[in-house]
Design a protein around this ligand. Structure first.
Ligand code: FES
Length: 90
C-alpha cells in the first residue's frame, strides 16, 4: 500500500493523488488556520492559485498540497488538525 506520513501518522494514497487529494480522501478538509482570525483552510482552488492548502513537505515549508504528488515516504506536516471549516477572506 502506498502511504505518506502526515503529522507522524501513515496516510494511504492512490497513485496519481496529490497530497491535498490524499488528505481530503481521508476526511481532512482543513489543515491550517489563517494568521488572523484562525479560520480553517484546506483546498479551495485545487490548482495552485489560492495558497490555502499550504503544508510542509519533506521539511520544506510553504508547499501547495494541491500541486505536490503523493509519493511513498513523503512526510507532510500541517499547521493544525482542524477538520471543519467556515468561509473567510484569507
Ligand atoms: S488549493 Fe489553492 S493553491 Fe492549493
Amino acid at each position: 500500500m502506498n502511504e505518506i506520513t502526515v503529522d507522524g501518522e501513515p496516510l494511504p494514497f492512490v497513485e496519481g493523488q496529490t497530497v491535498a487529494a490524499a488528505l481530503v480522501a481521508a476526511g481532512r478538509v482543513a489543515w491550517r488556520t489563517t494568521r488572523t482570525g484562525r479560520r480553517p483552510r484546506g483546498v479551495f482552488c485545487g490548482i495552485g492559485v489560492c495558497f490555502d492548502c499550504l503544508v510542509t513537505i519533506d521539511g520544506v515549508g510553504g508547499q501547495r498540497a494541491c500541486l505536490v504528488p503523493s509519493r511513498p515516504g513523503t512526510t507532510v506536516t500541517t499547521v493544525t488538525t482542524v477538520t471543519t471549516g467556515e468561509g473567510g477572506d484569507e
